[in-house]
Design a protein around this ligand. Structure first.
Ligand code: GUN
Ligand code: ZN
Length: 433
């Protein structure tokens, strides 16, 4: 816990509501703003002239830079860090060719530690301060992730990825071992510091009905945990699920039948949902993770973000590393914008920023802790340079409004736009190398 009191000056951006519902009125922007941080939490946000710095406050001046909540990545696979940008395959072949051979390596705890460290360096360097990651089938991969997150004081979520079929030797567990290992890891890590355990059946094609049943039973025993899986990412995958589960009404039903559908569930991709699945997801409050760079990179399809949001579905934003092609949530917002355009819809920058912070935090049921620059929240902050490269700077110079000032960074920004990162009120060191 950081005990230093800090007063941070810059432009500030907070959400008072949801811009998908209230438009830009949901946003509070101070051109000259200030944020007070005490004991690792935000204790005040407002116009700089109203700031009352306590005598012991450490002051940080960020001038024209934009201070906002750190990004929250609602779905990714940290073990796929080293195989990001693998060429030329669609989902199932991509998994078999690139992903599974890489994930087998996480049996070695030293390799898991190495990649966990690399992942957190990259994520933080790109302004991501909380994340919900898959691990691999190996408990070692969960240990490595949580140990590293704990060391850095990060709010982070993961779970052992469970698969007992349609995966290679060395990358299968069983229904019983998935239950036992997941339970032991959840008991050890869930609620420690800022860490949360996520029950993680990879997706219906790689879990037998018995394994789904066992993990559904575990979720019923530990309902405080999140649950994450994939759904309806590619048409070939949906057809395969239909063959594997002939008695299920549809893909979502393969989860519901086994106790794996609920408001604490995060369902990645959700592109090819039927009307029944959409209605059922809405009824149960299931969370949908939009992974736009992955959906274009692997050729999965167009997620109907505007339509689903307007219908009241809970949606967050995610990189889906390494199916996704960038660690940057800015880049991911840009991809969401472009996919929206292909779908005949236009996303406002306020909606994009909300998705990458509050929206994802809500998916993690952590909206009272993270995802907004507001009193009482944990002080995970980023400082954005809105003129971080020559091309962005020259466009930014022409901006008349805050949205015109921010949009070039959303569309063209990357880790160079992330000037500083505060985690629980503490300035994160710049990653080296
Ligand atoms: N479906 C099942 N596993 C995966 C994965 O690792 N990445 C993506 N994009 N989809 C999946
Ligand atoms: Zn995924």
């Amino acid at each position: 816990m950081e005990t230093t009191t800090k007063l941070i000056f810059g432009q500030t951006l907070s959400f008072k509501g949801n811009p998908f519902v209230e438009g830009v009125d949901a946003v509070q922007h101070h051109r000259h703003g200030a944020v007070l941080i005490e004991n690792g939490r935000i204790s005040w946000v407002g116009p700089a002239e109203n700031a009352k710095p306590p005598a012991n406050a450490e002051t940080h001046q960020f001038g024209e830079k934009l201070v906002m909540a750190g990004f929250v990545d609602a779905h990714l696979h940290y073990p796929q860090t080293a195989m990001i940008a693998s060429w030329g395959k669609r989902l199932i072949e991509w998994l078999n060719t690139y992903t599974f051979p890489e994930e087998i390596r996480f049996k070695d705890p030293q390799y898991a530690d190495l990649i966990a460290k690399r992942y957190f360096d990259l994520a933080i360097g790109h302004g991501t301060t909380s994340m919900c990651s898959y691990a691999t089938i190996h408990p070692e991969s969960v240990e490595a992730f949580f140990a590293e997150a704990k060391r850095r004081g990060i709010r982070a979520y993961t779970g052992k990825t469970c698969m007992d079929r349609n995966a290679p030797d060395g990358l299968r567990d069983t229904a019983q071992s998935a239950y036992d290992d997941s339970k032991a890891l959840a008991k050890k890590w869930h609620g420690v510091d800022r860490l949360g355990y996520v029950i993680t059946p990879r997706f219906s094609p790689t879990s037998s009905p018995e394994q789904l049943e066992a993990l559904g039973a575990l979720w019923a025993e530990m309902p405080d945990c999140l649950m994450q899986t994939h759904i309806s990412e590619q048409v070939e995958e949906v057809a395969w699920v239909r063959e594997l589960f002939p008695d299920a009404r549809d893909y979502l039903d393969t989860y519901e039948k086994h106790g794996l559908l609920g408001a604490k569930g995060i369902y990645g991709h959700a592109i090819h949902l039927t009307e029944r699945e959409k209605a059922r997801a809405l009824e149960t409050g299931a969370g949908l993770a939009h992974c736009p760079t992955s959906n274009t990179f692997i050729g999965s399809g167009i997620f109907d973000l505007k339509g689903l949001s307007a219908a009241g579905q809970r949606v967050g934003l995610a990189t889906d590393i390494g199916g996704g092609s960038s660690f940057s949530m800015l880049h991911t917002m840009a991809a969401a914008y472009e996919v929206g355009q292909l779908n005949g819809t236009v996303l406002h920058p306020a909606e994009l920023l909300w998705l990458a912070t509050c929206g994802s935090a809500k998916l993690l049921h952590a909206q009272d802790q993270i995802g907004n620059l507001a009193e009482g929240m944990e002080a995970d902050l980023i400082v954005l340079d809105l003129a971080s490269t020559p091309v962005i700077a020259q466009r930014h110079a022409e901006a008349d409004t805050i949205w015109e000032a921010i949009f070039p960074t959303i569309m063209m920004g990357d880790d160079r736009a992330i000037s500083n990162v505060f985690i629980a009120g503490k300035l994160a060191p710049k990653p080296v190398g």
